[in-house]
Design a protein around this ligand. Structure first.
Ligand code: ATR
Length: 275
């Protein structure tokens, strides 16, 4: 069998093994995907182990996505721009890093877009690693405008400054985002608010949002956050984080095997677990 896996810490709750193993068997591929718990100070050893053992590919998750770049032979352009890798491909001992998080997010919203991204004003809430990935992907897609709102405004400023893009956008405080909310056709929630233990919290008030706005949350556990429920009640269209999770996995799978897996099967595996 070919060997694949996920390296992270913690990694015990990851659903990646279930969806990839199911897809391997669905595609009749002789491959197995494992969980590898790797402490921060063991990352270099783990990557060398991947070379030594001939592991064909891995996903990389918290806290290694940024630090892993230093151990790879090549990093593709998008991942380099994001400063983060979530997928490694081992081609005859040569390791290349990719990032499918931002592109996975884009794929997940495509079916819901009422107009081309180039005509849309977008607001990203949060300025962590996930926000940076989505910002880069939206900028590559020539989105009309991308504003970034964050509790710590300086972090939003840094992402806009460091991303090499001609797309207009401004950094905002959360209060400023609430005030300007009516200007956006796409709003993306990327902070950790809405996950346990902050299940009932949301980062900003949606009072000024325009009906019909596409609102998404990258959190998928719970599947529907308080933010998603509030947006629905205000007549917005919503996309949960399940889509982003599945598409980032599907794009990783395609880098490893050349085959796009069945998205519906991946989704059913996740929804079975999340209930
Ligand atoms: P990730 O890499 O998964 O995106 P992260 O880098 O820890 O995670 O980023 C977390 C994001 O959630 C940040 O934008 C953070 O805001 P700050 O940059 O101001 O810290 C945001 N966040 C977390 N808890 C928050 C809270 N209680 N209120 C507002 N923003 C919060």
């Amino acid at each position: 069998s070919d060997l694949y896996g996920i390296i992270g810490c913690p990694v015990g709750h990851s659903m990646s093994p279930e969806i990839h193993n199911r897809s391997f068997s669905d595609q009749k591929l002789d491959a197995v995907y494992h969980r590898f718990h790797v402490e921060k100070d063991q990352l270099g050893a783990a990557i060398n182990g991947m070379r030594a053992l001939g592991i064909q590919g891995v996903n990389v998750t918290i806290p290694h996505k940024e630090n892993v770049l230093a151990y790879l032979d090549h990093v593709d352009k998008t991942a380099a721009e994001m400063g983060a890798v979530n997928t490694i491909v081992n081609r005859n001992g040569v390791l290349t890093g990719y990032n499918t998080d931002g592109p996975g997010y884009l794929e997940s919203i495509k079916p819901y877009l009422a107009s081309p991204l180039s005509e849309m004003n977008c607001l990203i809430i949060g300025a962590g690693g996930a926000a940076r990935g989505i910002y880069t992907a939206l900028a590559h897609a020539q989105t009309g405008r991308i504003d970034l709102a964050n509790r710590t405004k300086e972090k939003a400023e840094a992402i806009i400054r460091e991303c090499d893009s001609s797309v207009p956008g401004r950094p905002l405080s959360l209060e400023e985002a609430e005030y300007h909310l009516g200007e956006y056709q796409l709003v993306i929630q990327t902070t950790s608010i809405g996950m346990a233990p902050k299940l009932n919290d949301q980062p900003i008030s949606l009072e000024n949002i325009t009906e019909g706005t596409l609102v998404s949350d990258i959190i998928y556990n719970p599947v529907k956050t308080a933010f998603m429920k509030d947006a629905e009640q205000r007549g917005c269209r919503t996309v949960t984080g399940v889509g982003m999770f599945i598409y980032q996995a599907a794009l990783s799978f395609r880098y490893w095997t050349g085959i796009m897996p069945d998205i519906q099967i991946m989704e059913s595996v996740v929804m079975e677990k999340l209930g």
